[in-house]
Design a protein. Structure first.
Length: 255
C-alpha cells in the first residue's frame, strides 16, 4: 500500500490520482486505435474523450458523495472538488460519462451508439488500471476472510481501521483481473458485433456481473439510504436488465 508516490516540494503525487491519469491515457490510446480502424477523424475522438473525462469525474464524485455523505454539499462544498483524495464511484462515472456523450453527440451531430462502441474497450481497461490505484490507496477493500487469499493492510489504513488488522479479501485485485479479462473479450469480439451500440451494451452487461460479485465481498460498500441494500449491486442489476433488453431489441432490428 502506497497512497503517496512522491513529494516534489509543495506538490504531492498520490497513487490513486496517478493511476486514474494512466487509465485515461491508456483508454485514449485504445480509442485512437479503434478510430483509425473505423476511419474516424481523430480530432473528434480527442474532443469526445475530453467530454467523457469531465462528465465521468463529475458524475463519479457527486454519486459517491450523494450516498456516502450527502451533508458535505452544504457543510464543506469545497471538498467536493478534491478528486485526488479518492471518493469516486464507477456507476457515477458511467452516468456522468453517458450524459456527456449524449450531449456531445447532439452537438456534433454524430451517433451516440457509435461513439459508445468506440470507447467501450477503453472504459473497461481504464477501470482495470484504476483498481490498481485503489489497491495502492487502500480503498475499495474487502470483508475479513480466513482464506488463503486474504491480505493484511498496514496499520492505520482504512481496512485496518474497519476490521482491526484482520486479513481481508483483495477485492481491488479481483476486479482488476476480471476487468482486464473483460477488456480482452471485448477487444476480441469488437469486429463481430455489427449493430451500433452492441459492444457498449455487452460491456455494460459484463461489468454489471463483475460488480455484483465483487461487491458481495466488499467491506466499504455504499448502501441505499436506510436499507441494507448495496447501491452497487442494485444499480448493476438494473443496468444489466436495461442493457440486455436494449441489446435484444437492437439485435432483432438488425436481422
Amino acid at each position: 500500500m502506497h497512497p503517496i508516490i512522491a513529494k516534489l516540494g509543495p506538490f504531492t503525487i498520490y497513487s490513486y490520482g496517478m493511476m486514474v491519469a494512466i487509465a485515461f491515457l491508456a483508454g485514449l490510446h485504445i480509442a485512437r486505435i479503434e478510430a483509425r480502424r473505423k476511419g474516424l477523424d481523430i480530432n473528434i475522438v480527442y474532443d469526445f474523450v475530453f467530454y467523457l473525462i469531465i462528465g465521468s469525474l463529475i458524475g463519479a464524485r457527486l454519486y459517491y458523495l450523494a450516498f456516502f455523505n450527502p451533508s458535505i454539499f452544504i457543510k464543506d462544498p469545497v471538498s467536493v472538488l478534491k478528486l485526488w483524495e479518492g471518493g469516486l464511484a464507477i456507476h457515477g462515472a458511467l452516468l456522468g460519462g453517458t450524459l456527456s456523450a449524449i450531449l456531445f453527440s447532439r452537438i456534433r451531430r454524430t451517433s451516440f451508439w457509435g461513439l459508445a462502441d468506440l470507447t467501450a474497450p477503453s472504459m473497461i481497461l481504464g477501470q482495470a488500471i484504476g483498481r490498481i490505484g485503489c489497491f495502492l490507496n487502500g480503498c475499495c477493500f474487502g470483508v475479513p476472510t480466513t482464506s488463503f487469499f486474504g491480505i493484511r493492510f498496514p496499520k492505520g489504513s482504512l481496512p485496518d481501521l474497519a476490521y482491526g488488522g484482520l486479513p481481508v479479501y483483495p477485492t481491488q485485485i479481483y476486479e482488476f483481473l476480471l476487468d482486464l479479462s473483460a477488456f480482452f473479450i471485448l477487444w476480441s469480439i469488437r469486429r463481430r458485433i455489427r449493430f451500433n451500440g452492441g459492444l457498449f451494451l455487452v460491456y455494460l452487461m459484463m461489468y454489471s456481473c463483475i460488480r455484483i460479485w465483487v461487491s458481495s465481498l466488499r467491506g466499504d460498500s455504499l448502501y441505499i439510504w436506510g436499507t441494507g441494500i448495496k447501491v452497487a449491486q442494485a444499480v448493476s442489476a438494473a443496468i444489466f436488465i436495461i442493457a440486455l433488453v436494449i441489446f435484444m431489441r437492437k439485435m432483432k432490428q438488425d436481422v
